[in-house]
Ligand binder design. Structure first.
Ligand SMILES: [Zn+2]
Length: 218
């Protein structure tokens, strides 16, 4: 068993894009933070209910539909839970073209943002404090959340850095140059042992990607 006040994290993947939702909490506490609720929100609700957890914030790394599709269901169940996203991507929550769902033929809207974040903000929920970095490239308003109270540091990285891969940059507001700059100048400056919890696929570390990422050598 982990000791009290140790951060814990669970990954809940959703079809069809194998998008990762994460549920974070401090051990022994009943409040939780949900990151990037995906296209199978019933799995997230079941997880929270079985664990006896109440979400006190929904954090979205960016506004693409596979990362926000579960917001509505969670909010119906927990109406007081705020939706939090980077300032630049907030409009995508309620814009099916901006969040790409219209293009996939199943328009999705989330409730609007309750709080928007910018570079350097610290957002606190469920006893956890997340530092915000703006990381344009995959989506212009993409942000990542750094949890420094975990040891080693955790990065909720969204669709930036994957294990030996990176996020797409060919969407309307994608930018390959910005993508490389965000990874090199923000993510690669985190400690090498930082654990990356990405929006798709398995976790990795900053140090591993500096050594082995074919798209962004360290
Ligand atoms: Zn995305």
């Amino acid at each position: 068993m982990s000791s009290p006040n140790t951060p814990e994290i669970a990954r809940i993947p959703s079809a069809p894009f194998d998008e990762n939702t994460y549920v974070l909490r401090l051990s022994g506490r009943q409040e939780a933070v949900v990151v990037d609720p995906g296209l199978e929100p019933d799995k997230i609700v079941d997880y929270l209910e079985e664990a006896g957890l109440t979400p006190t914030a929904i954090l979205c790394t960016h506004g693409h539909s596979d990362h926000i599709a579960g917001n509505e269901t969670l909010r119906q169940k927990w109406p007081d839970c705020p939706i939090v996203i980077g300032k630049g991507d907030a409009y995508k929550l309620t814009d099916p073209v901006g969040n790409l769902s219209a293009q996939f033929g199943m328009p999705i809207q989330s409730p609007p943002a309750d709080t928007t974040l910018v570079e350097g903000d610290r957002y606190e929920a469920a006893g956890l404090t997340f530092r915000v970095l703006e990381t344009p490239g995959h989506s212009a308003g993409h942000v990542v959340f750094v949890l420094e109270e975990a040891n080693p540091t955790w990065l909720l990285g969204g669709d930036m850095l994957f294990r030996q891969s990176i996020g797409r940059t060919d969407f309307a507001d994608g930018d390959p140059t910005a993508m490389l700059a965000s990874i090199r100048e923000k993510l690669y400056r985190l400690p090498d042992d930082t654990i990356v919890y990405p929006g798709h696929g398995p976790e990795t570390t900053i140090g591993f990607e500096k050594q082995h990422n074919p798209f962004v050598p360290g």
